[in-house]
Design a protein around this ligand. Sequence first.
Ligand SMILES: [Fe+2]
Length: 198
Amino acid sequence: MPFSLPTLPYASDALAPLMSKETIDYHYGRHLQTYIDKVNALVAGTEFEELPLDEVVRRSEGGLYNNAAQAWNHIFFFDSLTPQSKPVGTGLHALILRDFGSVEAFREQLCQRVLTHFASGWVWLIMDCDGKLAIVSTQDAQSMLADGVTPLLTIDLWEHAYYIDHRNRRADYFEAVWQLIDWEKVENRLNLNLFDGL
Ligand SMILES: [Fe+2]
């Protein structure tokens, strides 16, 4: 089965004005579609053809890895946004307090990583191998799909993510994305057992 563009969990104009319909149409509708088309072309007739996308990312390298990781990262990013963002839920909140001190301190660290990451890439909130929350960034297409690591949230730092709405102002883009994060989904990505003993 060829990979196809998933349906967004919100209307293409639902995130405006924080993220415009034009950005969604280009970023989701064109950039992501292009990565998916390239993955389909590269896996055709190979051992990757029947694998789910995350397995293609885990097992591939080179051009297929770059396109599959970009596709997976984008789907994960857009699935982390909502027009009805609510405050961080109690379980995730407890982990943020434990590992960052406060939601505000976490937000500041996330923002700094967004602003200081050089060139294209992704900023992530992950649960690392030791069960701790951590903020990391990856270059270009690199994903955080790895054994023992749970990706919880990612923010696209490629210029195409923000140039239509914010031109070169990455800080403004971060402020907009922060207001759109679906914390319920982020929390659901945690293994609920991790909350035991907090
Ligand atoms: Fe992107």
